[in-house]
Design a protein around this ligand. Structure first.
Ligand SMILES: Cc1ncc(COP(=O)(O)O)c(C=O)c1O
Length: 476
């Protein structure tokens, strides 16, 4: 029977459901089939449409019922919750605009994730097939049994091998469901509510939010020449008694900065001198475009560096697998924190990640990804230079983003507010991330972050013209 018939039945059932009391039973499949002269499969297809639309619900063995729903217009009184909940730790705007869902024709330069076209979709699909058939890299039983809380041994070994340095053991790695979960667990494990945590400023909004949610007090240090200056770091560790620094030495999000060799040595010396930890968020490991700096973790000999690397942005947004490498009692505490929140990461996802990264196609994918990203970065820089020369933007040697410094004032003397600029561009079909979200305290000027990995390059010129108008024409 054709789709037309199931649509006709679905239309009929919609009108029946609209008239009926919530909870009332719909006619049986057999009755509907007889009434419409259709087969049971056609009726089931119609019912599936209505279930998906939330109009009806099926209860096994009992039949299909009109769903009980709260009318969208009904006003529920939740005001009591305001008093019951009290102050909010993370702040009402804790989740960055990078997680915003946008209409599909809006130009997406806010997102933190690459376009699906840049992901190894075919390889991930095949891996899911192999894994669920029990034919993947991890073997048949690994996927259906409960994995060790620290993760599948072969996947942990892969992450450690990737560091390509002696001194780290497979047992140092713990698998987490994404970099964000790893960060949040590390903050909870290494600091107690009220403790200070040092962060570069600006830095990743998700780290700011996770620290606040853990009740930590963020102590910002500026980047001077791309990295925290040793003297600044020394001072904040000494005055606050902080034991933890969160940092992105390579291709920092949002600025794209990379610490040079001397800066790395300096930071490690200060951290070691204060018997502190540095949490290295190597989020852009797979997006090294012009240079491929080694992680700070490669230089750690005595447990000061906690290293986090995620595959979410380079392997699959739906697989979300990351690893955290740490040593000593700190590692045990972090694994405990992850186990308490998640117990373990779904073994199917771990096995898919392992299967994909273990094949030669993974290297080919990374090369293609890096070539495409470099071309997109340069093309967006070119569009900005041609279409909005007033904006000040550096060329990041890796990562997914341009960090743009806006002029502070327009020609008529009116101040430029990056939040307003972002609101204006959104209204005109361009979604960007305002700089404020990336500063743990007050922004040092009007900035915006533009992602070059999600939007199609053929819309870059349009994006730049919307942006320029929003920046320079305050009345738009
Ligand atoms: C700097 C940084 N760290 C961590 C994360 C979180 O990564 P994941 O998506 O693997 O949780 C992100 C995601 O945007 C990020 O930008």
């Amino acid at each position: 029977m054709s789709d037309d018939s199931s649509d006709r039945i679905a239309r009929h059932l919609r009108s029946v459901a609209a008239e009926a009391e919530p909870g009332s039973r719909l006619p049986s499949t057999r009755a509907l089939a007889a009434r419409f002269g259709a087969g049971p499969v056609t009726v089931q297809r119609a019912l599936a449409q209505l279930v998906a639309a939330g109009v009806v619900e099926t209860r096994a063995g009992a039949g299909t019922f009109v769903r009980r729903r709260v009318a969208p217009s009904a006003r529920l009184d939740m005001s009591w919750q305001t008093a019951a909940l009290g102050p909010e730790r993370t702040g009402s705007s804790a989740v960055g605009s990078t997680m915003r869902q946008i209409p599909h024709d809006t130009i997406a330069m806010h997102s933190g994730y690459p376009d699906l076209d840049l992901m190894p979709m075919r390889e991930v699909r095949s891996a899911f097939g192999r894994i669920t058939r029990g034919a993947g890299a991890g073997g048949r039983d690994q996927v259906f049994a409960r994995p060790p809380t620290a993760g599948l041994p072969d996947l942990r070994r892969w992450f450690v091998d990737e560091l390509d340095v002696d001194g780290w053991r497979d047992s140092d790695a713990v698998i987490a469901s994404g970099g964000q979960a790893a960060l949040a667990a590390t903050f909870r494990a290494l600091a107690a509510p009220g403790d200070p945590i040092v962060m570069e400023s600006p830095t990743y909004w998700g780290a700011i939010a996770a620290a606040r949610q853990a009740g930590l007090v963020i102590v910002p240090v500026p980047r001077t020449g791309g990295a925290p200056a040793a003297a600044d770091l020394d001072e904040v560790f000494a005055t606050t008694g902080a034991k933890v620094l969160y940092a992105q030495p390579n291709f920092a999000n949002p600025t794209g900065d990379v610490w040079n060799a001397a800066q790395r040595d300096d930071v490690l010396a200060v951290v070691g001198g204060h018997r502190a930890f540095v949490i290295e968020d190597d989020w852009a490991h797979d997006f090294a475009l012009d240079i491929a700096p080694r992680p700070l973790a490669c230089s750690d000999t005595d447990g000061h560096v906690i290293y986090i690397r995620s595959l979410t942005k380079s392997l699959s947004l739906t697989v979300r697998v990351a690893a955290l490498l740490a040593r000593g009692p700190a590692r045990a505490r972090i694994e405990n924190a992850l186990t308490v929140s998640d117990l373990y990461v779904a073994p199917v996802l771990q096995a898919v990640a392992l299967d994909v990264v273990s094949r030669p196609a993974w290297r080919t994918h990374l090369q293609r990804l890096q070539r495409t990203l470099a071309a997109r970065r340069d093309s967006l820089l070119g569009a900005l230079a041609a279409g909005a020369p007033e904006l000040d933007v550096a060329r990041p040697p890796g990562g997914l983003n341009l960090w743009v410094s806006l002029p502070t004032h327009r020609a008529d003397g009116s101040p430029i507010d990056a939040d307003l600029v972002a609101a204006r561009t959104l209204a005109r079909g361009l979604s960007i991330s305002p700089g404020r979200e990336w500063f743990p305290t007050e922004p040092t000027g009007p900035f915006i972050r533009l992602n070059y990995a999600a939007a199609s390059p053929d819309r870059y010129d349009e994006a730049v013209s919307i942006l320029r108008a929003a920046v320079l024409d305050g009345t738009m």
